[in-house]
Design a protein. Structure first.
Length: 69
């Protein structure tokens, strides 16, 4: 399944890499929302997908922080 492979990828990365991915995902979400507001966005389901990816990244960062304690 696509999601489990993505999670394995995230878990294998460092916290710095995850933070960089988080910033990129948030920028992408901002751009998608802007396109949606100006009626330029064709695939509106991409917004939901990016939001879930942001949540996944944040969850992995939290897991790694709890393990480090």
């Amino acid at each position: 399944m696509k999601t489990s492979k993505y999670l394995e990828e995230l878990r294998s990365q460092s916290v710095a890499d995850l933070n960089a991915q988080l910033v990129e995902a948030k920028k992408e979400l901002f751009n998608l929302r802007f396109q949606n507001a100006t009626n330029q966005l064709n695939n509106t389901s991409r917004i939901k997908e990016v939001r879930k990816n942001i949540a996944r990244i944040q969850t992995i960062i939290t897991e790694k922080a709890n393990v480090a304690e």
